[in-house]
Design a protein around this ligand. Structure first.
Ligand code: NAP
Length: 337
Protein backbone atom coordinates (compact mmCIF):
# COMPACT_ATOMS: atom_id res chain seq x y z
CA UNK A 1 0.00 0.00 0.00
CA UNK A 2 1.02 3.65 -0.46
CA UNK A 3 2.07 5.90 2.45
CA UNK A 4 3.47 9.41 2.83
CA UNK A 5 6.67 9.07 4.88
CA UNK A 6 9.42 11.36 6.17
CA UNK A 7 12.83 10.17 7.45
CA UNK A 8 13.89 13.47 8.98
CA UNK A 9 12.12 16.66 10.08
CA UNK A 10 12.18 19.75 7.89
CA UNK A 11 10.34 21.67 5.17
CA UNK A 12 7.27 19.48 4.41
CA UNK A 13 7.52 20.01 0.62
CA UNK A 14 11.14 18.76 0.71
CA UNK A 15 11.09 15.87 3.20
CA UNK A 16 7.81 14.05 2.39
CA UNK A 17 7.93 11.04 0.05
CA UNK A 18 5.32 8.54 -1.16
CA UNK A 19 6.46 4.95 -0.58
CA UNK A 20 5.17 1.39 -0.79
CA UNK A 21 4.93 -0.01 2.74
CA UNK A 22 3.57 -3.32 4.11
CA UNK A 23 -0.15 -3.56 4.93
CA UNK A 24 -0.51 -3.28 8.73
CA UNK A 25 -2.51 -5.82 10.81
CA UNK A 26 -4.61 -4.84 13.83
CA UNK A 27 -3.95 -6.27 17.28
CA UNK A 28 -6.63 -6.86 19.92
CA UNK A 29 -8.60 -3.68 20.65
CA UNK A 30 -7.44 -2.17 17.34
CA UNK A 31 -9.04 -1.75 13.94
CA UNK A 32 -7.68 -1.43 10.41
CA UNK A 33 -9.18 1.42 8.44
CA UNK A 34 -9.13 2.06 4.71
CA UNK A 35 -8.60 5.81 4.51
CA UNK A 36 -10.80 7.98 2.29
CA UNK A 37 -9.49 11.50 3.00
CA UNK A 38 -7.42 13.57 5.42
CA UNK A 39 -6.83 17.33 5.64
CA UNK A 40 -3.49 19.16 5.79
CA UNK A 41 -3.72 21.07 9.08
CA UNK A 42 -1.19 23.49 10.66
CA UNK A 43 -0.52 20.84 13.35
CA UNK A 44 0.51 18.30 10.66
CA UNK A 45 2.98 20.80 9.17
CA UNK A 46 4.47 21.58 12.61
CA UNK A 47 4.78 17.83 13.29
CA UNK A 48 6.74 17.32 10.05
CA UNK A 49 9.01 20.27 10.95
CA UNK A 50 9.65 18.74 14.40
CA UNK A 51 8.09 21.84 16.02
CA UNK A 52 4.92 20.22 17.41
CA UNK A 53 4.32 19.25 21.06
CA UNK A 54 4.51 15.60 20.02
CA UNK A 55 7.80 14.61 18.31
CA UNK A 56 7.74 12.11 15.42
CA UNK A 57 9.33 8.67 15.82
CA UNK A 58 11.20 8.47 12.52
CA UNK A 59 10.47 7.36 9.88
CA UNK A 60 6.97 8.73 10.39
CA UNK A 61 3.70 9.35 8.54
CA UNK A 62 1.75 12.57 9.25
CA UNK A 63 -2.01 13.11 9.46
CA UNK A 64 -3.78 13.53 12.80
CA UNK A 65 -7.37 13.33 11.52
CA UNK A 66 -9.35 11.95 8.61
CA UNK A 67 -12.21 9.75 7.43
CA UNK A 68 -12.17 6.08 6.51
CA UNK A 69 -14.04 2.77 6.52
CA UNK A 70 -13.31 0.12 9.18
CA UNK A 71 -12.34 -3.02 7.28
CA UNK A 72 -10.88 -5.31 9.93
CA UNK A 73 -11.12 -5.66 13.71
CA UNK A 74 -8.36 -7.22 15.78
CA UNK A 75 -10.99 -8.34 18.31
CA UNK A 76 -12.90 -6.72 21.13
CA UNK A 77 -16.39 -5.26 21.55
CA UNK A 78 -15.63 -1.74 20.28
CA UNK A 79 -13.93 -3.04 17.13
CA UNK A 80 -16.89 -5.31 16.29
CA UNK A 81 -19.29 -2.38 16.81
CA UNK A 82 -17.59 -0.19 14.19
CA UNK A 83 -16.70 -2.92 11.65
CA UNK A 84 -17.88 -1.92 8.14
CA UNK A 85 -18.76 1.63 9.21
CA UNK A 86 -17.48 4.97 7.98
CA UNK A 87 -15.72 6.68 10.86
CA UNK A 88 -13.82 9.84 11.77
CA UNK A 89 -10.23 8.65 12.34
CA UNK A 90 -8.34 10.21 15.25
CA UNK A 91 -4.74 9.16 14.79
CA UNK A 92 -1.99 10.48 17.06
CA UNK A 93 0.18 7.38 16.54
CA UNK A 94 0.62 6.07 12.99
CA UNK A 95 -0.52 9.00 10.78
CA UNK A 96 -3.48 9.11 8.37
CA UNK A 97 -1.70 10.08 5.14
CA UNK A 98 -1.62 6.47 3.94
CA UNK A 99 -4.04 4.00 2.40
CA UNK A 100 -4.62 1.87 5.53
CA UNK A 101 -4.11 2.70 9.20
CA UNK A 102 -4.27 0.84 12.50
CA UNK A 103 -5.76 2.73 15.44
CA UNK A 104 -7.30 1.78 18.80
CA UNK A 105 -11.02 1.05 18.15
CA UNK A 106 -12.00 3.83 20.60
CA UNK A 107 -10.43 6.39 18.23
CA UNK A 108 -12.70 5.35 15.33
CA UNK A 109 -15.72 7.62 15.83
CA UNK A 110 -18.91 6.58 13.99
CA UNK A 111 -20.57 9.63 12.45
CA UNK A 112 -24.03 10.30 10.96
CA UNK A 113 -24.33 9.00 7.37
CA UNK A 114 -25.76 12.28 6.07
CA UNK A 115 -22.44 14.13 6.50
CA UNK A 116 -20.16 14.43 3.44
CA UNK A 117 -16.85 12.51 3.56
CA UNK A 118 -14.83 15.73 3.26
CA UNK A 119 -16.51 17.19 6.35
CA UNK A 120 -16.10 13.97 8.35
CA UNK A 121 -12.39 14.13 7.44
CA UNK A 122 -12.30 17.40 9.42
CA UNK A 123 -14.66 16.23 12.17
CA UNK A 124 -12.21 16.35 14.99
CA UNK A 125 -9.28 18.80 15.35
CA UNK A 126 -10.95 22.17 14.74
CA UNK A 127 -14.58 21.50 15.79
CA UNK A 128 -13.49 19.83 19.06
CA UNK A 129 -10.99 22.62 19.81
CA UNK A 130 -13.46 25.42 19.06
CA UNK A 131 -16.15 23.83 21.25
CA UNK A 132 -13.75 22.87 24.04
CA UNK A 133 -12.27 26.38 24.29
CA UNK A 134 -15.49 28.39 23.92
CA UNK A 135 -18.06 26.21 25.66
CA UNK A 136 -16.17 23.90 28.04
CA UNK A 137 -13.26 26.07 29.23
CA UNK A 138 -14.09 29.77 28.81
CA UNK A 139 -17.89 29.24 28.86
CA UNK A 140 -18.37 32.59 27.14
CA UNK A 141 -21.72 33.98 28.36
CA UNK A 142 -24.38 35.50 26.08
CA UNK A 143 -23.80 39.18 25.31
CA UNK A 144 -20.05 39.09 26.16
CA UNK A 145 -17.24 40.00 23.77
CA UNK A 146 -14.76 37.35 22.64
CA UNK A 147 -11.58 38.62 20.95
CA UNK A 148 -9.84 36.20 18.57
CA UNK A 149 -6.82 36.24 16.24
CA UNK A 150 -6.46 34.29 12.94
CA UNK A 151 -10.21 34.77 12.66
CA UNK A 152 -10.24 33.77 8.98
CA UNK A 153 -8.87 30.29 9.76
CA UNK A 154 -11.18 27.27 9.65
CA UNK A 155 -11.32 27.28 13.47
CA UNK A 156 -11.79 31.07 13.67
CA UNK A 157 -14.81 30.87 11.36
CA UNK A 158 -16.34 28.17 13.59
CA UNK A 159 -15.92 30.49 16.59
CA UNK A 160 -17.72 33.27 14.68
CA UNK A 161 -20.65 30.91 13.94
CA UNK A 162 -20.69 29.66 17.54
CA UNK A 163 -20.92 33.31 18.65
CA UNK A 164 -24.01 33.81 16.49
CA UNK A 165 -25.53 30.54 17.75
CA UNK A 166 -24.75 31.03 21.45
CA UNK A 167 -25.26 34.80 21.64
CA UNK A 168 -21.74 36.09 22.35
CA UNK A 169 -20.14 38.80 20.16
CA UNK A 170 -16.83 38.40 18.36
CA UNK A 171 -14.02 40.87 17.70
CA UNK A 172 -12.02 39.23 14.93
CA UNK A 173 -8.40 39.98 14.02
CA UNK A 174 -7.07 39.20 10.53
CA UNK A 175 -3.74 40.10 8.94
CA UNK A 176 -5.08 40.95 5.44
CA UNK A 177 -7.36 43.98 4.88
CA UNK A 178 -9.18 42.19 2.03
CA UNK A 179 -10.50 39.63 4.51
CA UNK A 180 -12.29 42.23 6.69
CA UNK A 181 -15.49 42.55 4.67
CA UNK A 182 -15.65 38.83 3.92
CA UNK A 183 -15.57 37.93 7.63
CA UNK A 184 -18.18 40.58 8.42
CA UNK A 185 -20.43 38.91 5.85
CA UNK A 186 -19.66 35.58 7.53
CA UNK A 187 -21.06 36.89 10.83
CA UNK A 188 -18.08 38.54 12.58
CA UNK A 189 -19.53 41.36 14.71
CA UNK A 190 -16.32 43.40 14.43
CA UNK A 191 -13.39 42.60 12.13
CA UNK A 192 -10.06 44.45 12.49
CA UNK A 193 -6.94 44.21 10.36
CA UNK A 194 -3.76 43.92 12.46
CA UNK A 195 -1.56 45.45 9.73
CA UNK A 196 -3.61 48.65 9.28
CA UNK A 197 -5.47 49.36 12.55
CA UNK A 198 -4.45 50.17 16.15
CA UNK A 199 -5.87 47.02 17.72
CA UNK A 200 -5.66 47.93 21.41
CA UNK A 201 -7.28 51.38 20.92
CA UNK A 202 -10.08 49.95 18.78
CA UNK A 203 -10.89 47.17 21.25
CA UNK A 204 -10.88 49.58 24.20
CA UNK A 205 -13.22 51.93 22.27
CA UNK A 206 -15.61 49.06 21.53
CA UNK A 207 -15.73 47.95 25.17
CA UNK A 208 -16.08 51.44 26.70
CA UNK A 209 -12.52 51.28 28.04
CA UNK A 210 -13.11 48.06 30.00
CA UNK A 211 -11.39 45.56 27.70
CA UNK A 212 -12.60 42.05 26.92
CA UNK A 213 -13.09 39.20 29.38
CA UNK A 214 -12.28 36.43 26.88
CA UNK A 215 -9.70 35.97 24.12
CA UNK A 216 -8.37 33.17 21.89
CA UNK A 217 -4.94 33.55 20.28
CA UNK A 218 -3.46 31.33 17.55
CA UNK A 219 -0.86 33.82 16.26
CA UNK A 220 1.47 34.81 19.17
CA UNK A 221 4.19 37.49 18.57
CA UNK A 222 3.02 41.12 18.39
CA UNK A 223 -0.62 40.19 17.80
CA UNK A 224 -0.74 37.95 20.88
CA UNK A 225 0.92 40.65 23.01
CA UNK A 226 -1.59 43.27 21.83
CA UNK A 227 -4.43 40.91 22.69
CA UNK A 228 -3.17 40.62 26.27
CA UNK A 229 -3.36 44.43 26.48
CA UNK A 230 -7.00 44.21 25.37
CA UNK A 231 -7.96 42.03 28.35
CA UNK A 232 -10.11 43.63 31.03
CA UNK A 233 -10.07 42.92 34.79
CA UNK A 234 -10.06 39.15 35.39
CA UNK A 235 -9.75 38.62 31.64
CA UNK A 236 -8.67 35.24 30.34
CA UNK A 237 -6.83 34.41 27.13
CA UNK A 238 -6.30 30.89 25.77
CA UNK A 239 -3.22 30.50 23.58
CA UNK A 240 -3.67 27.62 21.13
CA UNK A 241 -1.42 28.28 18.11
CA UNK A 242 1.93 29.73 17.03
CA UNK A 243 1.17 30.87 13.48
CA UNK A 244 3.60 33.84 13.62
CA UNK A 245 6.33 31.52 14.92
CA UNK A 246 7.50 34.31 17.25
CA UNK A 247 7.53 34.63 21.05
CA UNK A 248 4.94 36.82 22.74
CA UNK A 249 6.43 39.68 24.80
CA UNK A 250 4.08 40.59 27.65
CA UNK A 251 4.52 43.43 30.19
CA UNK A 252 4.17 41.68 33.58
CA UNK A 253 2.36 44.78 34.86
CA UNK A 254 -0.42 44.19 32.33
CA UNK A 255 -1.13 40.81 33.89
CA UNK A 256 -0.77 41.92 37.51
CA UNK A 257 -3.20 44.84 37.35
CA UNK A 258 -6.61 43.22 36.99
CA UNK A 259 -5.28 39.68 37.67
CA UNK A 260 -5.45 38.52 34.07
CA UNK A 261 -4.67 35.00 32.91
CA UNK A 262 -2.92 33.67 29.80
CA UNK A 263 -3.26 29.87 29.51
CA UNK A 264 -2.24 27.24 26.98
CA UNK A 265 -4.74 24.95 25.27
CA UNK A 266 -3.80 21.69 23.55
CA UNK A 267 -6.66 19.49 22.37
CA UNK A 268 -4.88 16.15 22.88
CA UNK A 269 -4.03 16.94 26.50
CA UNK A 270 -7.46 18.40 27.21
CA UNK A 271 -9.09 15.23 25.80
CA UNK A 272 -6.95 12.98 27.99
CA UNK A 273 -8.24 14.87 31.04
CA UNK A 274 -11.93 14.36 30.14
CA UNK A 275 -14.23 11.53 31.18
CA UNK A 276 -15.49 9.16 28.46
CA UNK A 277 -19.04 10.48 28.75
CA UNK A 278 -17.84 14.08 28.29
CA UNK A 279 -16.09 13.08 25.05
CA UNK A 280 -19.11 11.10 23.82
CA UNK A 281 -21.26 14.17 24.49
CA UNK A 282 -18.73 16.35 22.63
CA UNK A 283 -18.74 14.05 19.57
CA UNK A 284 -22.56 13.96 19.51
CA UNK A 285 -22.60 17.74 19.70
CA UNK A 286 -20.08 18.07 16.84
CA UNK A 287 -22.22 15.72 14.69
CA UNK A 288 -25.32 17.87 15.30
CA UNK A 289 -23.46 21.15 14.75
CA UNK A 290 -21.83 19.84 11.59
CA UNK A 291 -25.25 18.92 10.19
CA UNK A 292 -26.40 22.46 11.03
CA UNK A 293 -23.35 23.92 9.21
CA UNK A 294 -21.87 25.45 12.38
CA UNK A 295 -18.57 23.58 12.39
CA UNK A 296 -18.11 22.82 8.69
CA UNK A 297 -15.03 23.83 6.69
CA UNK A 298 -14.69 24.90 3.08
CA UNK A 299 -12.24 22.86 1.00
CA UNK A 300 -10.07 24.83 -1.41
CA UNK A 301 -8.16 22.04 -3.16
CA UNK A 302 -8.07 18.25 -3.14
CA UNK A 303 -4.94 16.28 -4.05
CA UNK A 304 -4.04 12.58 -4.29
CA UNK A 305 -1.26 11.22 -2.00
CA UNK A 306 1.13 11.23 -4.99
CA UNK A 307 0.88 15.06 -5.17
CA UNK A 308 1.87 15.51 -1.53
CA UNK A 309 4.57 18.14 -2.21
CA UNK A 310 2.09 20.35 -4.12
CA UNK A 311 -0.54 19.78 -1.44
CA UNK A 312 1.66 20.93 1.46
CA UNK A 313 2.94 23.90 -0.56
CA UNK A 314 -0.64 24.95 -1.24
CA UNK A 315 -1.47 24.54 2.48
CA UNK A 316 1.28 26.98 3.50
CA UNK A 317 0.33 29.72 1.02
CA UNK A 318 -1.13 32.90 2.59
CA UNK A 319 -4.66 33.86 1.60
CA UNK A 320 -6.12 30.40 1.06
CA UNK A 321 -9.91 30.30 0.81
CA UNK A 322 -10.25 26.86 2.45
CA UNK A 323 -8.51 23.66 3.54
CA UNK A 324 -6.27 21.45 1.47
CA UNK A 325 -7.57 17.88 1.54
CA UNK A 326 -5.81 14.65 0.57
CA UNK A 327 -8.18 12.28 -1.28
CA UNK A 328 -6.80 8.83 -0.42
CA UNK A 329 -9.54 6.41 -1.53
CA UNK A 330 -13.18 6.20 -2.54
CA UNK A 331 -16.04 4.56 -0.67
CA UNK A 332 -16.58 1.94 -3.39
CA UNK A 333 -12.97 0.68 -3.58
CA UNK A 334 -12.51 -2.84 -2.24
CA UNK A 335 -9.76 -3.64 0.25
CA UNK A 336 -6.46 -4.95 -1.00
CA UNK A 337 -4.03 -7.20 0.86
N1 NAP B 1 -3.87 23.80 20.38
C1 NAP B 1 -4.68 22.96 19.77
O1 NAP B 1 -5.04 21.89 20.29
C2 NAP B 1 -5.16 23.30 18.38
C3 NAP B 1 -6.21 22.59 17.82
C4 NAP B 1 -6.68 22.98 16.54
C5 NAP B 1 -6.07 24.03 15.86
N2 NAP B 1 -5.02 24.67 16.46
C6 NAP B 1 -4.37 25.84 15.82
O2 NAP B 1 -5.37 26.69 15.34
C7 NAP B 1 -4.85 27.51 14.32
C8 NAP B 1 -5.83 27.56 13.16
O3 NAP B 1 -5.94 26.27 12.59
P1 NAP B 1 -6.84 26.06 11.29
O4 NAP B 1 -6.76 24.63 10.90
O5 NAP B 1 -8.18 26.65 11.52
O6 NAP B 1 -6.02 26.96 10.24
P2 NAP B 1 -6.26 27.18 8.69
O7 NAP B 1 -7.69 27.04 8.32
O8 NAP B 1 -5.27 26.33 7.97
O9 NAP B 1 -5.90 28.71 8.49
C9 NAP B 1 -4.69 29.27 8.89
C10 NAP B 1 -4.96 30.74 9.16
O10 NAP B 1 -3.86 31.29 9.82
C11 NAP B 1 -3.61 32.57 9.32
N3 NAP B 1 -2.19 32.86 9.51
C12 NAP B 1 -1.13 32.14 9.11
N4 NAP B 1 0.01 32.71 9.50
C13 NAP B 1 -0.34 33.84 10.16
C14 NAP B 1 0.40 34.88 10.79
N5 NAP B 1 1.75 34.87 10.81
N6 NAP B 1 -0.29 35.88 11.36
C15 NAP B 1 -1.63 35.91 11.34
N7 NAP B 1 -2.39 34.96 10.75
C16 NAP B 1 -1.75 33.94 10.17
C17 NAP B 1 -4.00 32.48 7.85
O11 NAP B 1 -4.30 33.78 7.39
P3 NAP B 1 -4.36 34.20 5.84
O12 NAP B 1 -5.75 33.88 5.39
O13 NAP B 1 -4.05 35.64 5.87
O14 NAP B 1 -3.33 33.37 5.11
C18 NAP B 1 -5.22 31.58 7.93
O15 NAP B 1 -6.39 32.33 8.16
C19 NAP B 1 -3.49 26.90 13.96
O16 NAP B 1 -2.48 27.64 14.61
C20 NAP B 1 -3.56 25.51 14.59
O17 NAP B 1 -2.29 24.98 14.90
C21 NAP B 1 -4.55 24.34 17.69
Amino acid sequence: MKAVVFDHCGDPAAVLQVRDVPMPRPGRGEVRIRMLASPVNPSDLLFIQGAYGQKPRLPATPGFEGVGVVEESGGGLLGRRVLGRRVAVINDRSGNWQEHVIIPARQAIPVPENLADEQVAMFFVNPASALAMVQYILRVPRGCWLLQSAAGSALGRMVIRLGKECGFRTINLVRRAEQVEELRQAGGDVVLCTSTEPIVERVLQLTAGKGVSFALDAVSGTTGAQMVECLGRGGRMLVYGVLANEPMRIESRTLIVGQKRVEGFWLSEWMRQQRVWTLLGLFRRIGKMMRAGLVTTKVQETYPLEAIATAVRCATEPGRSGKVLLRIGTRTTTASG
